[in-house]
Write a protein that binds this ligand. Structure first.
Ligand code: SF4
Length: 323
């Protein structure tokens, strides 16, 4: 059984770790509970960290004289500078992480879709929506990493992409920590089909970087590799890319498959191309063939199991199911 690297993930502390919301509540979310056995979490509650108690009067983002302010209407407190200082200090000293799970719509943690009010009056109207103070700084510093809010992660496709990204990035962090060029070659070989399914051009660039870096400082090679890895993983596996990867896998069984088996697989591929069946239906067929023929190269491909199987959960909030 493949041993997955443990992703290091930042999560808003109210997402199942502590009852620290403004009203003293905790958010019982599935996502952090399911991930807990596989992930090392780093958490923070920026509002508690700047000295607001639990419970506390709610805060909001307002636009005042053309500037955004973090404001507590009940007592007229401007918390902007305190929050900026805490956010910068926390993110400066945080160890490298592989992704973020932030509380949606919070004026502090929300990465997007946070209400911005028109002025300090308690009766002010919503002007527009933007990022919270902490969430916005996360995006501006770490926007190339996987950043999601817990609401979006109830969507099957978004969750699957997030898991794929964080487990792949955690493994790359282990490659970097090892300092060994051979680990980079192994990484490339393990993820070849997955990267092909995500972004074929970047997969080729990554293959080239991993294979031809002699004479260059290894840290520099890893930095360049990481830049292209993040680009490759950004959108997760795409439908056309997945079809390429599956055709590539099919090639390994060319000689041993009966004509009817090939025809059946190509029919399934057509169904998948037309969004009538999920990728997992084709992967199950290939996995059965891998077992039958003991195909070791395909067996090690992360494309067929990019994250631990007990995280597979087909529940879906509905929107955005397509690749
Ligand atoms: S959203 Fe962020 S600031 Fe608000 S309670 Fe949760 S962790 Fe604390």
């Amino acid at each position: 059984m493949y041993k997955f690297a443990r992703p290091r993930i930042f999560a808003s502390r109210c997402l199942g770790f502590e009852a620290c919301r403004w009203n003293g509540a905790i958010i019982n979310t599935e996502i952090t509970r399911r991930l807990a056995p596989h992930v090392d979490f780093i958490t923070d509650c920026p509002e508690v960290a700047i000295g607001l108690g639990i419970p506390r009067d709610p805060i909001r983002i307002i636009e005042h004289e053309g500037e955004l302010e973090l404001y507590q209407p009940a007592n007229g407190l401007d918390l902007t500078e305190k929050m900026r200082k805490h956010t910068a200090g926390f993110l400066d000293s945080m160890p490298q992480v592989d992704g973020f799970i932030l509380q949606s719509r919070s004026p502090s943690c929300g990465p997007w879709d946070v209400k911005i009010y028109n002025g300090r009056s308690p009766k002010a109207q919503t002007l527009r929506r933007a990022a919270g103070f902490f969430g916005g700084e996360v995006l501006s510093r770490f926007g190339s990493l996987p950043v999601e809010d817990e609401g979006r992660l109830t969507n099957f496709t978004i969750r699957e992409r997030f898991y794929t990204q964080i487990f792949t990035l955690a493994e790359f962090r282990a490659v970097r920590a090892s300092g060994r060029a051979s680990r980079l070659v192994e990484f490339m070989s393990h993820h070849k089909l997955l990267l092909m399914a995500c972004h074929q051009r970047e997969q080729k660039t990554l293959g080239h970087i991993a294979a031809s870096h002699e004479g260059l400082p290894f840290d520099m090679v890893l930095d360049e590799f990481e830049t292209h890895l993040l680009l490759a993983l950004h959108n997760g596996p795409r439908r056309n890319g997945a079809i390429n990867a599956l055709m590539h896998a099919l090639g390994y069984f060319k000689k041993e498959l009966k004509t009817q088996e090939k025809r059946y697989f190509l029919e399934l591929l057509d169904e998948f191309r037309n969004s009538r069946i999920p990728l997992s239906s084709l992967n199950s067929v290939i996995k059965a063939w891998i077992e039958r023929s003991d195909e070791s190269y395909l067996r090690m491909q992360s494309f067929f199991e990019p994250y631990p199987s007990d995280l597979v959960d087909i529940s879906d909030s509905g929107a955005g199911r397509d690749y």
